[in-house]
Design a protein around this ligand. Structure first.
Ligand code: 6R9
Length: 656
């Protein structure tokens, strides 16, 4: 972000006060900030008490070996019991857990907490029959259907950490993750619905399994839900098992075992600054405490709310704010399988009107695309049930914020802009809807219990009105515990920059405005944010370089009106590839799509003769970004050969 846009942003002076009734009845009041500051451990213990523990902890936090935290030491609990059984035992079995809305119109299913409990028990029993034991890893590669959530909870029930791989990822990406976490079983489906058509998943699992085998790793079983009924060509009787032949035949009785608070709950892969994705490890007690507390406080959850988070369970938002937070809180949710605009552009608004959704959580990229379509579409639906709107995934532009509040929220609803990461496990910075006024574009201040700051390179807290790096200065219960199998990378990535102070470095730039409120500006490392999804420049560069015609590649995230950032690539071809052929750009785009997935497919690829490098050989992506964003190219004095940029810029002009 340039200083110019930054200062424009910081001139934002629109303010929205919390509605009076919401403020009067808010779950958390102003005093919570001070209370949490005065005795952080007591505050978090109070939040952990939201859960049901088989054995209570002896110590809230053990931070004797930083950055390896232990929360609620000695405590024992079962996450699935907390998300399901507990509500049934407390007499809420008939409460709706999910209003499932499939993409095909009229394909709907209502699941109560009592029904969810039966399903989870059945799946747990079936997984045990397939050989899954406590500690084994299970991969889940599924569309957004109830079985995906049932599978996650069944794993949690058994203490078998799951790793959910986004259904839009390719077989290569799946294979890497299967091998890295050593998944014994994969749960998948024949396919899912995408814009009105069935789209296959099972073949990608077969391919991934074959690739893993080439790497010397064998997946033992694949459990397959029949969702679309499409033809499943390859079926291996030794490995593949139908969900309806196993889960649906299993007993609905299963006794959950309590696990240590620090027992691994799941591994979620996310892009880092090197090519290899990082397996972020979350554990049980602290994570569930964080997810449950924040969902309750930030969405001001009440018993009769109908909550809908549009994320996919393949991302952390789906984990914390569809599965663990809302279910631990016994909430009623909408679960939607499809795309926002299928079969028509008002599908989301129609669902909100029909299910009387009160709390809605989505991403700026979706809001921007609706904004572009115009307000006529949402205006056709009565969304008067909405109470609070949430935003997550990337900075929300003030205009999108105001449109969201005005058009979707009818000017009644607070907008909570929630900053957090896969690594933080739960929301860290956000307004509290009944306490904090809204300021378009600002995530405002850390929620009670969380301590954050914006600091200089040297670790000095910046004054109001200045920018720097976003850090979290105190440990928190839902923090990542490590990177799966790589403690060194964990320390190095998050804790080395401010090792002296013992702070967590988030990788984001941020600014404090004149009121001291926080504006998160985006990544400061080589991670791009495309439609709220994190992608690593290095990962895409590696993919491009793996193509036989490519010698070298540099990737940058360029500003994009629709997706926030877009992937722009610069490649040098190998000499023997000549000019690469007429379709070279398309060929390379599809190569990335196949290797990583559709979201990583570059918007633009420039074939260039040279890349701008420093004398030490570092590619200067900053300059490429200038080109990709049609700006005048910045300072080139540190380039080994400063004429390179002239060549690239000229090529870019003639390429348009
Ligand atoms: C939950 C999630 C994390 C990165 C994060 C930041 C960006 C997320 C944001 C935001 C500004 C917000 N980000 N929420 N930036 N305002 N409200 O998105 O996790 O996929 O790990 O991405 O997303 O750059 O560092 P994850």
């Amino acid at each position: 972000m340039t200083d110019q846009t930054l200062s424009n942003l910081l001139k934002e002076d629109r303010r929205f006060e919390p509605p009076a009734d919401l403020a009067a009845n808010a779950n958390l009041q102003e005093e919570a900030y001070e209370r949490a500051r005065t005795d952080r451990d007591a505050f978090w213990a109070e939040q952990a008490d939201r859960l049901s523990w088989e054995t209570r902890w002896d110590q809230v936090l053990d931070w004797s070996n930083p950055p390896f935290a232990k929360w609620f030491v000695g405590g024992r609990l079962n996450a699935a019991y907390n998300c399901v059984d507990r509500h049934v035992e407390e007499g809420r079995g008939d409460k709706v857990a999910f209003h499932f809305v499939g993409e095909p119109v009229d394909d709907e299913r209502t699941i109560t907490y009592a029904e969810l409990k039966d399903l989870v028990c059945q799946a747990a029993n079936a997984l045990v029959d397939l050989g899954v034991q406590t500690g084994d890893r299970v991969a889940i590669y599924m569309p957004m259907i109830p079985e995906a959530i049932v599978a996650m909870l069944a794993c949690a029930r058994l203490g078998a950490p799951h790793t959910v791989v986004f259904g839009g990822f390719s077989s290569d990406a799946l294979a890497t993750r299967l091998v890295d976490c050593g998944a014994k079983v994969v749960v998948t489906a024949d396919g899912g619905y995408r814009r009105g058509a069935p789209s296959a998943l099972k073949p990608a699992v077969d391919e991934a399994r074959a690739k893993a085998k080439d790497d010397g790793f064998e997946v033992e079983k694949v459990l397959v839900v029949r969702r679309t009924g499409q033809e499943v060509e390859a079926w291996d009787d030794d490995v593949d098992v139908w969900w309806h032949d196993s889960v649906e035949q299993a007993s609905t009785e299963h006794t959950p075992e309590a696990f240590d608070a620090e027992h691994p709950l799941y591994v979620m892969y996310t892009s880092g600054t090197t090519g290899k994705p990082k397996g972020i490890l979350h554990t049980t007690g602290g994570y569930l405490t964080g997810a449950s507390y924040t969902h309750w406080a930030v969405f001001d959850l009440k018993d009769d709310d109908v909550y809908w988070c549009t994320a996919d369970i393949g991302w952390v938002t789906g984990h914390s704010y569809i599965v663990y937070g809302p279910l631990a809180n016994g909430a009623t949710q909408v679960l939607y399988e499809g795309t926002p605009d299928s079969p028509e552009r008002g599908r989301w608004w129609q669902i909100i009107a029909e299910k009387k959704v009160t709390l809605f959580y989505t991403a700026p990229t979706a809001i921007r695309s609706f904004m572009k379509q115009g307000r006529e579409i949402p205006d056709r639906h009565d969304m008067g049930s909405l109470r609070i709107l949430g935003s997550v995934g990337e900075p929300i532009n003030p205009e999108a914020y105001v449109w969201y509040r005005h058009v979707i929220g009818g000017d009644r609803t607070p907008v909570v802009d929630t900053w957090w990461q896969t690594e933080t496990g739960a929301i860290m910075i956000s307004p509290l809807p009944g306490v904090t006024h809204g300021k378009p574009g600002s995530a405002m201040i850390p929620i009670p219990g969380v301590a954050a700051d914006v600091v200089t390179d040297e670790g000095e807290s910046v004054p109001d009105g200045s920018g720097g790096y976003l850090v979290l200065t105190e440990p928190w219960p839902s923090m990542l515990r490590t990177i799966w199998g790589d403690d060194e990378r964990f320390k190095d990535t998050y804790w080395s920059k401010y090792a002296k102070q013992g702070w967590y470095f988030a990788g984001d730039g941020a600014k404090k405005d004149d009121d001291g409120d926080l504006w998160v500006l985006g990544r400061v490392d080589d991670v791009m944010n495309v439609s709220g999804h994190r992608l690593s420049t290095t990962e895409i560069e590696s993919s491009l370089v793996s193509h036989p015609k490519v010698a070298e590649a540099a990737v940058v995230g360029a500003k994009d009106e629709d997706t926030g950032q877009a992937v722009c690539a610069f490649v040098i071809l190998r000499e023997e590839a000549g000019d690469g052929g007429a379709d070279i750009v398309e060929e390379l785009r599809n190569h990335v799509r196949k290797q990583i997935g559709p979201i990583a497919k570059p918007r633009q690829i420039m074939v260039v003769a040279e890349l701008p490098k420093t004398r030490s050989g570092k590619i200067m992506r900053r300059l490429l970004k200038d080109v990709a964003e049609n700006r005048e190219v910045g300072d080139v004095t540190t380039l080994a050969d400063s004429s390179v940029m002239d060549l690239i810029s000229k090529g870019m002009d003639s390429g348009k």
